[in-house]
Design a protein around this ligand. Structure first.
Ligand code: NAP
Length: 502
């Protein structure tokens, strides 16, 4: 069974009561995981975790310091040789047990995620299923890393290549997919025989901590994984990247921070994988199945409240169908219930902070002041959380900020094109290149366009592209490196060549 990626879907269940919320949160470890045990931060600092739908603090976790980071590096270094020497099957079985435990505890993990991040429970369940699939996938990949034996072209020697783990890695993950972004890195690293320090986002450490406990229960040896939430990411990471014993950094987050990490890693030439921002075009050609295109648009835009690197950022629609498409999209978005993610039926949760919401609103205001028309939304939703109404805009001028910047919210700007060349040119007119969506019923147009789009991934006639069995990643300012698929484990393997005289 392949579990589908998270999609917005109505939840027809009873509201979650606050006693259950407290009980589930209270069961999450709140220390740093270091050397196989939970401990307080050096200096005893704590970090508050807030519910973005209410602003209330729901937990406090240990706030790691740079000294903790160096302790963690020592711990993963101590564990590295033993883990690399562990049989691949055994490494895979730890991941397989972690997959099973994650699925078993999906309801609790989903609730924790909704409470710390805000997305509706149905979507959190989807992310747990999606995140778990990376564990299953890489439990299978652990036993499939192959070398090569060949004869040199001049026949004078034999060439043997083998794959070996890169060594201790640092993973830095964002708040928008607090579990899946961690399993997408931990899965291949552990499968390859690497140890890892995980630094989760300050806003969403609970999912990572709960998952680390699952890995412990699944039999992960002490020291192989360290988890360090912190309120000062820059200070924590700096001594790690300054230490040549760390051999890799894998990052998912914004392009600005990614560039800084690449520069920091340059000194010690640590390997880098960068999953960065996006500005996805969503192309609808005149021959598209418009029902499918609107369904796909709702998914591509509204999944994760629009807070996804893969979110459709610019809807580029052929002029013959643009009005119809925009009207139907506006009707669908206007009908999506907004509210706390634990409430039955809610499809749009709060944005992560009020600051993020104000940023989204500033982009909408800029477009409207430049002449765009609002078909729906364009305003805050009252209440204690950072809610923003699903929004559709047409007539967005070429210079509007939201055509160039990542919106990261439930806002869909629709603009038009008149021929295929213009569609591709508009789609590629961005520094980013993560994913593009294409809707057409003409096979050669679909494949020609897919070839011409400057993005690491293309979704053809579908609104979701993520799949653990496929290589996820971007080009240009969206970064480099691939997560998932057969490619995912390669990011954690070095190739060694042995020249042999026979
Ligand atoms: P962000 O600000 O770059 O943060 C991401 C992570 O980097 C967090 O753990 C953050 O820690 C940490 N960080 C921040 N400053 C740092 C520094 N100086 N040194 C080391 N680490 C640092 O991004 P975000 O706003 O959380 O996430 C949204 C971005 O992620 C968007 O651009 C989105 O497109 C991108 N994203 C990309 C993918 C992909 O696969 N391509 C997937 C999801 C998201 P704190 O939490 O403590 O700030």
């Amino acid at each position: 069974m392949t579990t589908p990626p998270p999609v917005p879907a109505p939840v027809d269940r009873a509201p979650v009561d606050s006693a259950r919320e407290r009980e589930v949160v209270a069961a999450v470890p709140t220390g740093l995981l270091l050397g196989g045990r939970w401990r307080d931060a050096d200096g005893g600092g704590v970090l508050a975790v807030d519910d973005p739908s209410t602003g209330a603090t729901i937990a406090e976790v240990a706030d790691a310091s740079p000294a903790d980071a160096l302790d963690a590096l020592d711990a993963v270094l101590d564990a590295q040789a033993g883990w690399a020497a562990t049989a691949p099957r055994e490494r895979g079985e730890v991941l397989r047990r972690a997959f099973e435990l994650t699925v078993e505890r999906a309801e609790d993990l989903a609730l924790i995620m909704t409470l710390e991040m805000g997305k509706p429970l149905a979507e959190s369940r989807g992310e747990v299923a999606y995140g778990a699939e990376f564990l299953r996938w890489f439990s299978e990949e652990a036993v499939r890393t192959y070398g090569r034996w060949s004869t040199a072209p001049d026949g004078g020697s034999r060439l043997l290549t083998m794959k070996q783990p890169v060594g201790p890695c640092l993973a830095i993950t964002p708040w928008n997919f607090p579990l899946a972004m961690a399993t997408r890195k931990i899965g291949p690293a552990l499968a390859a025989g690497c140890t890892m320090i995980l630094k989760p986002a300050a806003q969403t450490p609970l999912s990572a901590l709960a998952f680390a406990e699952i890995l412990r229960e699944a039999g992960l040896p002490d020291g192989v994984l360290a988890v360090l939430p912190t309120s000062d990411a820059g200070a924590l990471v700096e001594p790690l990247l300054a230490d040549a014993r760390l051999r890799k950094v894998t990052f998912t987050g914004s392009t600005g921070v990614g560039k800084r990490l690449v520069a920091q890693a340059a000194d010690n030439l640590q390997r880098v994988s960068m999953e960065l921002g996006g500005n996805a075009p969503f192309l609808v050609f005149a021959d598209a199945d418009l029902d499918a295109a609107v369904d796909g648009a709702v998914l591509a835009k509204m999944r994760n409240i629009g807070e996804a690197c893969t979110a459709a950022n610019r809807f580029l629609v052929h002029e013959d169908v643009a009005q119809d498409f925009a009207r139907r999209l506006a009707e669908r978005l206007a009908a999506m219930p907004v509210g706390r993610g634990t409430e039955p039926g809610v499809q749009v949760g709060p944005l992560i902070t009020r600051q993020a919401r104000d940023g989204v609103h500033a982009l909408v205001t800029d477009a409207v002041e430049g002449g765009a028309t609002l078909l729906t939304g364009g305003h805050h939703v009252e209440g204690p959380g950072a809610f923003y109404a699903p929004t559709v805009l047409t007539g967005v001028h070429a210079g509007a900020r939201l055509r160039h910047e990542e919106i990261f919210g439930p806002v869909a700007p629709v603009t038009t094109f008149s021929d295929d060349a213009e569609a591709v040119s508009l789609a590629n007119a961005t520094e980013y290149g993560l994913v593009s969506y294409v809707f057409t019923q003409d096979l050669s147009r679909a494949l020609r366009t897919a070839e011409q789009l400057a993005s690491g991934m293309v979704a053809l006639n579908r609104g979701v592209v993520s799949n653990p069995a496929a290589p996820f990643g971007g080009v240009k300012a969206s970064g480099f490196g691939r997560e998932g698929g057969a490619e995912g484990i390669e990011e954690y393997l070095d190739t060694k060549y042995v020249g042999i005289q026979l």
